[in-house]
Design a protein around this ligand. Structure first.
Ligand SMILES: Nc1ncnc2c1ncn2[C@@H]1O[C@H](COP(=O)(O)OP(=O)(O)O)[C@@H](O)[C@H]1O
Ligand SMILES: [Mg+2]
Length: 314
């Protein structure tokens, strides 16, 4: 269990900026950030007009940082992740990975989706081996690498199992092993645990933290679950909605591995939830009173997310 630390270890970056520029511990001077998102805006055309999803998003992620993006359902988290992955084009702005501009998908950035997206016709080890063929690994190298990463997610005993024989949590662990086997520069995770039960999520939070401690991969993780973000992240970025903008950032300086049920994790989650309340209220107002909402006229007349699912786990 992590040792108890005080609430002072949750650092509001706006305060840090105001108090002391030197304290911005997420900045490493003289080194390219692993990821730079610069002035990204994105809109979609709907039958009622243009719908602005993201507006002037700027963020930097350093090598080895674990960053969570949190925001209400429909605020543009997946759109932002897809732009970083190169799966979606922004209207304006640029994304840089190290010193190259991102123009499309690349094996340096591997995405893990909400559903594991494994190949059902391949067994577990062959799923993990799959991408390695494209990287030019021979048969033996593929097998050894796949088994190394299956061991990391504690699934080597299931290497010959078929995908349909696995639980949801096991499938996500295979997806993580498959992503890590590619040795990407960055893992992009889009609510990968949101369809799992609370107990499985708790186990996977612990496992992902241990994997991160071993590999120190740069991770950009999207979630609507604040407690999950506090449990996992070095830094939490809060997105507002309609359009999505960066509202606030927090550094979480709690020792790892953290436990979902730890008193500090709960306390930090409550504090961040307060920051998000205004955003949740905005979404709720829009959903409950779509006919008379004047704040986001275009958005309210277009299709809305089915529910406001922010704040799970608090
Ligand atoms: N391809 C698309 N065409 C039109 N609207 C889209 C498209 N992709 C996403 N949207 C809309 O953009 C908004 C943000 O979506 P998304 O990024 O999936 O939000 P989040 O992941 O935060 O729930 C939603 O209202 C969604 O309906
Ligand atoms: Mg999403």
């Amino acid at each position: 269990m992590p040792e108890i630390a005080g609430i002072e270890n949750l650092i509001d970056i706006d305060h840090v900026k105001a108090d002391n520029e030197q304290q911005k511990s997420h900045k490493v001077s003289g080194v390219w950030p692993k990821l730079r998102v610069q002035h990204i805006s994105k809109s979609f055309q709907s039958k009622n007009g243009r719908f602005y999803v993201l507006e002037d998003i700027n963020l930097e992620i350093q090598q080895g940082e674990f960053v969570c993006i949190v925001g209400p359902s429909g605020c543009g988290k997946t759109t932002l992740l897809n732009i970083v992955a190169g799966l979606e084009k922004a209207d304006s702005g640029e994304v840089w990975a190290d010193n190259h501009k991102i123009n499309g998908a690349g094996t340096d950035r591997v995405v893990i989706f909400q559903e594991a997206a494994l190949f059902p016709w391949l067994n577990v080890v062959k799923n993990v081996e799959f991408g390695l063929k494209l990287k030019g690994f021979n048969g033996r190298e593929r097998r050894n690498t796949a088994i190394e990463y299956l061991k990391m997610v504690h699934l080597s005993k299931f290497q010959h199992a078929q995908v349909h024989e696995l639980s949801g949590g096991m499938k996500q662990r295979v997806a993580i092993a498959r992503a890590l086997a590619m040795n990407p520069e960055m893992l992009l995770m889009d609510e990968p645990f949101s369809s799992l039960d609370a107990q499985t999520r708790w186990i996977l939070h612990y496992e992902l933290q241990n994997i991160w401690l071993k590999t120190r991969k740069t991770i950009l993780f999207v979630t609507h679950n604040i407690r999950e973000a506090v449990c996992l992240a070095d830094r939490i970025i809060i997105l507002s909605t309609s359009p999505g903008k960066i509202k606030k950032e927090f550094l979480v300086e709690l020792p790892r591995p953290r436990d979902d049920n730890d008193v500090n994790v709960a306390e930090y989650s409550t504090r961040i939830m307060k920051e998000l309340k205004a955003e949740i209220d905005k979404v709720m107002k829009c959903e409950m009173d779509a006919d008379s909402c004047i704040e986001c006229d275009i958005k309210c007349t277009t299709e809305r997310p089915a529910k406001t699912d922010i704040g799970g786990g608090i």
